[in-house]
Design a binder for this molecule. Structure first.
Ligand code: PMP
Length: 359
């Protein structure tokens, strides 16, 4: 068959073993997954109540334009409905962006380590991937700017960055955006937006009116606790959205996912309480790292990347045997480190006491 050349040698994205498999393999009754930065508190009780009583007709196609969810998100953010694009998770939006803008002969600029789907999708499209190392765990925006040339089509700023959890603040971003050529799309991936508590950080939505080449990605998968429903969205200038929309699959969410996201959006109290609990959870990890002299990155998210002074894969396996699935830094371009989702207070306590045994 006439496969794209770049497909050869590529591996499917495999974000760790399923919990059931780990239970079976290690004979465990309980496994805690702290590997994919889901919300350890689940989703809003209002969503639960809604799901208990809902009677969706799943035999019909969903509204491809996601009108009801669109109205809810537009009102919530104070943007126009035409400034939004919905995806099957923000993964889908990343794929839509790369399909629309990347092809052989153009390049795309991103940080490393950063979220793997940017380079994965860019490679599928045959574009050149330009990876710029983080500096002290943060995006090196100056070096990223230098990496941009006339063939650059898309620049990715994961903010806060996965896997470091670090953030580029508003002023730094503003300086960067002023210098990026206006025909280069700048993607601000804010999957962890709801967890940010830096005082240096201001809401980036205003950028879309100032800069026609900015697109912001957000998701219901993290703080909203709806990863399985697969709802992500993009906010950008109307012309950018109109160009991307034809690339989107026609029914890329489900009727139920639309409904559930609307209910979740209405419960900001839940988001606030998760953010507060996450702040306390972060302190448990920071305390552990400081006690053991382990380097960690100051995180603005619900995960933390820290040094283990050991082979990350070994630590990953030892923790899996003990019932905790985490991410080895080797899989994240961060050898010698592990990335752990901040769990509930109890999960963190148990995890850290077991980790103490392993290190
Ligand atoms: N962006 C970042 C930075 C992420 O960490 C993730 C999830 N791992 C995503 C996007 C994709 O999330 P989803 O497709 O569930 O919205």
């Amino acid at each position: 068959m006439k496969w794209k050349q770049q497909i050869y040698g590529m591996k499917a994205y495999q974000p760790g073993k399923p919990m059931e498999e780990v239970k079976k393999e290690f004979g465990l009754d309980e496994v805690v997954k702290l590997a994919s930065n889901e919300n350890p508190y689940g989703f809003s009780p209002k969503v639960k109540a809604f799901l208990n009583n809902e009677e969706t007709n799943h035999a019909i196609y969903p509204d491809g334009y996601a009108q009801n969810l669109r109205t809810a998100v537009a009102n919530h953010l104070g943007v126009k409905e035409t400034q939004l694009l919905f995806g099957n998770g923000s993964d889908d939006i990343i794929a839509i962006i790369t399909r629309a803008l990347l092809y052989p002969g153009v390049n795309t600029v991103m940080a490393t380590p950063s979220f793997s789907q940017y380079s994965h999708n860019a490679e599928i499209e045959g574009a050149e991937v330009r990876k710029v190392p983080l500096q002290n765990g943060k995006h090196d925006l100056k070096a990223m700017l230098e990496a941009i040339n006339e063939s650059t089509s898309v620049v990715w700023v994961c903010n806060p960055n996965n896997p470091t959890g670090t953030i580029v603040d508003h002023n730094e971003l503003e300086i960067f955006l002023k210098s990026v050529p206006s025909d280069v799309l700048v993607v601000l991936d804010e999957a962890y937006f709801e967890y940010v508590d830096s005082t240096e950080y201001k809401d980036s939505i205003g950028f879309i009116n100032e800069y026609s080449n900015v697109i912001i990605l957000r998701t219901f998968s993290k703080a909203y606790g709806l990863a399985s429903f697969r709802v992500g969205y993009a906010i950008a200038n109307e012309e950018v959205i109109a160009k991307l929309d034809p690339v989107r699959a026609p029914f890329n969410n489900t009727i139920l996912s639309h409904k559930v996201a609307i209910v979740a959006l209405e419960d900001q109290e839940f988001i606030h309480s998760c953010k507060e609990k996450n702040k306390n959870g972060k302190k448990q990890f920071v305390h552990f790292c400081e006690k053991h002299g382990l380097h960690y990155y100051p995180t603005q998210t619900n995960f933390i990347l820290f040094e283990v002074k050991a082979d990350s894969d070994v630590v990953f396996h030892e923790m899996m045997k003990r019932g905790f699935i985490i991410r080895s830094g080797n899989a994240l371009d961060a050898p010698g480190y592990i990335r752990v989702t901040i769990g509930t207070e109890e999960q963190n306590e148990k995890f850290l006491s077991l980790l103490e045994e392993v290190l």
